[in-house]
Design a protein around this ligand. Structure first.
Ligand code: HEC
Length: 109
């Protein structure tokens, strides 16, 4: 086997595994476990306020609690990452996989 061929195969392998990982969606069941630490402040099964707004139907709402931001992957993760107004910032506390799982779970509410 030539060196070019070996390099070609490994490059192809790296590329396809990157693509596969890139496509991997969050796992809502695992996200539910991640959400346990959010449950102290957020109800998942109602939109009643605890410390923070209830998150039932989060992605089905017209806007977030601020009354103007549309709930999207980006705006919800922005809030989770940055926190503010009594919401802790989770940017450093959760890894990428946990955030994907969490997002998948939030979409089931
Ligand atoms: C210490 C209490 C606390 C914890 C723990 C907490 N939050 Fe919050 N969260 C809040 C508060 C308070 C707000 C409202 C902040 C505001 O009005 O800007 C909020 C806002 C939010 C919002 C925006 C909701 C909306 O309709 O605007 C989302 C989404 C959210 N939190 C998700 C989470 C997730 C996911 C976790 C766990 C990783 C979490 N929160 C953990 C207190 C908390």
């Amino acid at each position: 086997m030539s060196i070019q061929r070996i390099l070609g195969i490994s490059a192809g392998f790296v590329l396809s595994s990157t693509l596969l990982l890139g496509q991997a969606k969050g796992d809502a069941a695992k996200g539910k476990e991640v959400f346990e630490q959010c449950g102290v402040c957020h109800a998942a099964d109602s939109d009643e306020k605890k410390m923070g707004p209830g998150l039932k139907g989060l992605f089905k709402k017209a806007t977030l609690a601020d009354g103007k931001t549309k709930p999207t992957d980006a705006s919800v993760m922005e809030k989770v990452n940055k926190g503010g107004n009594g919401m802790p910032a989770y940017e450093e506390m959760l890894d990428k996989k946990e955030k994907d799982d969490l997002l998948a779970y939030l979409k089931t509410l």
